[in-house]
Structures are given as structure tokens and as C-alpha cells.
Design a binder for this molecule. Structure first.
Ligand code: ADP
Ligand code: MG
Length: 582
């Protein structure tokens, strides 16, 4: 055994810095948070070379008293809490008092500040955490921190930095989020002498959205707002035009702090999907204001995670507010006849989070979206998916081996695997129904009673919400026994017991953290495989119908299991085989 050493302060700071200061963006975040905490209404952030060379944050906030300037760099120096109990009432961004000490230990820092009541300011310079100079200077009220040569003394960390543009994109991302959360503060972000972003501190979130995401974003959003007992939620959600393949344009703020939270994301996306069937992620900016006693922010040092005391309540609040706003806006813009009933769909997805609180005796509810989508949508309605044909109007020649449909179009031969194509169509139809909370079900004439072992029962129980959102209706039927009364229509007339057991087996492979969508996709794949018959004589009309349906699927070329559905052979290729061309 090695002798136990007590680490010196500079080493512990460097270790702490590893946690708090991961890359230039973390420095920017901590410094700007300090500026926000100081009640500044103007913050200018200057970056050089992605932050590696220079990060400068200038604010016009309250400033630091001359006698405190030096102390601000001590570890655990904070003016924001005094006592452990204060942690429950945190209203400021920072509170650990770690940031300045950590940043200073891995860079060359200078900080000048003048507090409101002082005529003169003070400047402090540090190198790798060691104070080099403290002097009086003339300066405006507020604080300016300059961080140069970040990680100059931690080569291992420097090596892990990405390209300048990548590092800067992280920075611009966090400033965007802070600007959204603080519309009353003007933010100016400069990179290598060019202004990258500028907001004007008007106090209006839509102005910030316009400044950072552009004019069209500001024109394609709808406001939502709802108040609960312990929390309020409000924000803006974009229409299909603003939806994206990734979630970069989604922001969640809890008490103004930017956070990531799967449960809230799912609530918004589920509400969005009940109206808009675009297979992308919605744009949204969402604020939750909640009594600090009902959250625990102290989960992770970088504070981007948060725990709610009552996740279910927050989920409902978010889902309802977004759902109502979208419904109202659609009603206004398109005067649609939409039923007034309250949606039940908020309980359907992401069951791994929500299901915990459903009492064991509760009958698993079948969730069907009460708000039906009008099917005859006008084509000019941009909020909805534009239906575009993905494969051409093939002329059907016939069927081969009860397996392949043969057709031609524009000098090319088409071979369609009818089995794979059918599976794909069913899969798309079914997952779309699930997303819209509108699964067509069949009532079983004789309910199927299924005895499960402890483990299987546990898996079933953890996924009750998932099953019901997929169109299965089951009830508890004594110890570890369930009685299945309804199954999705898509399933046809399968061996329900066998199918259910396979599904439970499959769910076993997923961690409890896996998203509901991943799970229902896997189950839907199994369902479609069960539903489709391998070899089948098809009439001309059946073949045409199959191809017509396939045409409008996003990716008609592969089946849910990734095998091709369509093979195309050009005349050229064919003629080569016949040696007509050499
Ligand atoms: P924390 O923000 O967690 O308190 P920091 O290490 O980030 O810890 O900052 C230490 C202290 O320095 C703060 O509590 C605050 O009193 C002071 N400080 C830092 N930056 C500023 C600023 N821009 N304006 C005013 N005070 C500041
Ligand atoms: Mg701080």
C-alpha cells in the first residue's frame, strides 16, 4: 500500500477543475452565469480560437467589493450561500464557489471589477491559480474576466479539445440558451472579432428567438402556458416547418436554468406528435417555474440535470399545455372540428418513468387520443407532413414464385419482395398509430389468460403503459396472471400467448432507461413479422394496392429488419447479361 497523502490545494483545484471545466464552453458558462447572478443587463462575450486562446466576459453587474476580489478565487468561496439549508432555496446560477478557483488553476486569468458604490476598481492577475498582481484601476461598474491559454498546464485535457469551430459551436449553443432564459439581458457574442450573436434585452422571448434562430422561426411558433399547484410551464413550440432531425433546437429551462430532461422532452414530443405526423423533433423553448423545494438541482456538478419530486405531475402539466396550445392554434388557423375532450395520452409513452406510480391494482388503461386528426388535410397546410411519392407508378407485370411482384417503369425492371414490403407497410402504419395514440384494436372473443413467472410479471408490470399505448388491453387476473382482452388489429389472428411471451423476452433485453420509442419499435417489428404470411397468391388488385401503399412510405426501400424490399434492374444491366452489349 502507498502511504496516504493529503493533496495540496493546487492539486485539488486541478481535480475539481476537471469536473467543472471540461472545455472552453464550461468556462464561458460559469463566467456568464456569474454575470447573470450579478444582475447585469448587458453581457459581452469575446472568444478567440474557440476559446482556447482567449475567453473574455464583460458585464455591467453589481461588481465585487475590492476586499473580496482575491477571495473570489479561493475554493468554495461564494457569496451565494452561507449554510447547507440555503441549498434548498437556490435562486442563483452558481452556488458551489468552485468555478473561479477551478478556472484559474488551469489558465492565466485576470479579473477586474468595480462595485457600484466604489469610485475605483481593482484588478487581479493569476497564473495557474497563483496570484501575480493586485492593483487599483479605473474601470466601469461591473466585472470583466479574461481567461487566456486555457489548459496550458494540463496538456492531457488540451489534447481532447476538438476543432476551433466545434468548440465555438458549443459556446454559441450555451450562449443561445442563456439568452433565451434571460430575455431582459442583452448578450453579444464575438468570435475572432466577428459578431456571432446579438440579443437586445427587450424582455421578450420571441425577440430572442428571432435574433438567434431567425425571422422564420419567430413566425412559426405557438405560445403555450399552463399553471399547476407547484409549478408553471410556458414557452413556444414550432410547427412542422421548424422540426429537425436532431434535438439541438429544443431548450428546457427550470427556474431559468438550462437543463436536459428526457421526461419533459417526451411530454412535449408526444403532444406534438398527436397533431403533427412529421417524423422529426419539434422546435421548442420551454420554461418551468417551480418552487425550489420541489426540485433537487444538486445532482450533478455541471448542474444540467435536475430531479423533480413529482415527475408525473410535471409530465402532465407540460403535455397538457403544449397539447392545448397546438389544438387551439390548429383550430384557429384551419377552423377544424376538433372534439373538446381532455386527452389521456400523456400517460401513454415513456412508461418507464411514469408507470412507477400506477397502483398495482389499477386496470391498465387503454389510451386512445380523443383528438382525431382530420384525414382530408388541405395540401397547403404546412404544419403537416407533405406526402410525397417515393417510388414511381410501376406497371405490374405479374407475380413470381408467390413471393415477388414484377413490374416495370421507364426502362427498368422492378422486383418487389411482397413479404418484406407488406411488413414495412404494416410497421409504418402501426408505429404511426402508436405515435398518434390511435391504435386500432380488436376485441378478443375469448380473452387469453397468461400465467407469468415473477420476472416476466415484473417486466410486464414495468411496461403496462407501453402495452396499452400499443393497443393491448390486459387486466390483472390473480397472482402473476394477466388476462388479455384486446390486441392491436394489425396483429391479425396470431398465437397471442406465444407472441406475448416473445415480447416479454424481448423487453427483458432493454434497460429500464431505454426510450419508449425504441421499445415500441422493437415490438412493432415483431408484430409485423407475425402478421405477414410468407407465400401468398396475390391478385392484380392486391399487388397494385400493396405498391400504392408502399409509395408513400418515408423509406420504402427496406423492411423494418433492414432487408431490401425493392430491387431495380436497368435495361443496361439486363442487356449486359444477354451479351447484347459488350
Ligand atoms: P459561485 O458562482 O458558485 O458563487 P464562483 O467561483 O463562480 O462561485 O464565484 C465566486 C464568487 O465571486 C461569487 O460568489 C461572486 O461573489 C463573485 N463573482 C464572480 N464573478 C462575478 C461577477 N461577474 N460579478 C460579481 N461577482 C462575481
Ligand atoms: Mg459561479
Amino acid at each position: 500500500m502507498n502511504k496516504i497523502n493529503i493533496l495540496d490545494e493546487s492539486t485539488t483545484n486541478k481535480i475539481a477543475a476537471g469536473e467543472v471545466v471540461e472545455r472552453p464552453f464550461s468556462v464561458v458558462k460559469e463566467l456568464v452565469e456569474n454575470s447573470i447572478d450579478s444582475n447585469a443587463d448587458s453581457i459581452v462575450i469575446e472568444i478567440e480560437e474557440g476559446g482556447e486562446k482567449l475567453i473574455k466576459v464583460m458585464d455591467n453587474g453589481a461588481g465585487i467589493l475590492p476586499e473580496d476580489l482575491e477571495r473570489a478565487f479561493l475554493p468554495h468561496a461564494t457569496s451565494k450561500i452561507n449554510h447547507i439549508d440555503d441549498l434548498n432555496r437556490i435562486q442563483t446560477m452558481g452556488f458551489r464557489g468552485e468555478a473561479l478557483a477551478s478556472i484559474a488553476s488551469v489558465s492565466k486569468v485576470s479579473m477586474k471589477s468595480r462595485a457600484a458604490d466604489n469610485d475605483i476598481g481593482k484588478n487581479i492577475t493569476l497564473d495557474a491559480g497563483k496570484i501575480e498582481k493586485i492593483e487599483d484601476i479605473g474601470t466601469n461598474i461591473g466585472t470583466t474576466v479574461v481567461v487566456r491559454e486555457l489548459f496550458f498546464n494540463v496538456p492531457a485535457r488540451k489534447k481532447f479539445l476538438k476543432s476551433i469551430s466545434r468548440e465555438f459551436s458549443y459556446i454559441s449553443d450555451i450562449i443561445t440558451r442563456m439568452a433565451l432564459a434571460n430575455p431582459e439581458i442583452s448578450f453579444k457574442l464575438i468570435h475572432n472579432d466577428k459578431v456571432a450573436m446579438n440579443t437586445f434585452g427587450t424582455g421578450n422571448v420571441v425577440d430572442v428567438i428571432r435574433s438567434v434562430y431567425g425571422k422564420s422561426a419567430a413566425e412559426n411558433i405557438v405560445k403555450f402556458e399552463e399553471h399547476g399547484d407547484t409549478a408553471s410551464v410556458y414557452g413556444f413550440i414550432g410547427n412542422a416547418e421548424l422540426a429537425k432531425g436532431n434535438r439541438n433546437c429544443q431548450s428546457i429551462f427550470v427556474n431559468k436554468r438550462f437543463i436536459k430532461n428526457r421526461m419533459i422532452t417526451a411530454a412535449v414530443e408526444n403532444a406534438f406528435k398527436s397533431f403533427i405526423t412529421v417524423n422529426k423533433h419539434p422546435f421548442f423553448v420551454l420554461f418551468i417555474n417551480i418552487y425550489p423545494e420541489f426540485i433537487d438541482v444538486n445532482v450533478h456538478p455541471t448542474k444540467s440535470e435536475i430531479k423533480f419530486m413529482d415527475e408525473r405531475e410535471i409530465y402532465k402539466l407540460v403535455f397538457n399545455s403544449v397539447h392545448t396550445a397546438l389544438r387551439e392554434s390548429l383550430r384557429e388557423s384551419f377552423s377544424l372540428e376538433i372534439q373538446e375532450e381532455k386527452p389521456a395520452a400523456f400517460e401513454a409513452l415513456d412508461s418507464n418513468i411514469l408507470i412507477k406510480e400506477i397502483p398495482r391494482t389499477a386496470e391498465s388503461p387503454v389510451f386512445r387520443e380523443s383528438v382525431q386528426l382530420p384525414l382530408d388535410l388541405k395540401p397547403e397546410m404546412t404544419s403537416f407532413k407533405a406526402i410525397s411519392q417515393k417510388i414511381p407508378d410501376i406497371r405490374i407485370i405479374g407475380q413470381f414464385n408467390k413471393t415477388y411482384i414484377i413490374g416495370e417503369y421507364d426502362g427498368e425492371l422492378y422486383l418487389i419482395d411482397q413479404h418484406a414490403a407488406h411488413e414495412k407497410i404494416l410497421f409504418e402504419r402501426y408505429t404511426d398509430e402508436i405515435r398518434r395514440h390511435d391504435v386500432t384494436v380488436q376485441l378478443l372473443l375469448t380473452p387469453v389468460v397468461l400465467e407469468l413467472n415473477n420476472e416476466e410479471y415484473q417486466i410486464y408490470y414495468e411496461n403496462i403503459g407501453l402495452f396499452s399505448s400499443m393497443g393491448f388491453k390486459a387486466e390483472e387476473f390473480g397472482q402473476n396472471t394477466i388476462c388479455i382482452r384486446e390486441v392491436p388489429l394489425i396483429l391479425g389472428k396470431p398465437d397471442i400467448k406465444g407472441f406475448f411471451n416473445d415480447v416479454l423476452d424481448n423487453l427483458h433485453k432493454f434497460g429500464s432507461g431505454d426510450a419508449a420509442e425504441v421499445k415500441y419499435n422493437a415490438i412493432a417489428k415483431m408484430a409485423c413479422r407475425t402478421a405477414v404470411k410468407a407465400k401468398d397468391n396475390l391478385t392484380d388488385i392486391e399487388m397494385k394496392k400493396l405498391i400504392d401503399e408502399l409509395k408513400f412510405i418515408d423509406d420504402p426501400y427496406t423492411c423494418p429488419h433492414g432487408r431490401p424490399t425493392i430491387i431495380k434492374i436497368s435495361l443496361n444491366e439486363l442487356e449486359k447479361r444477354f451479351k447484347r452489349i459488350q
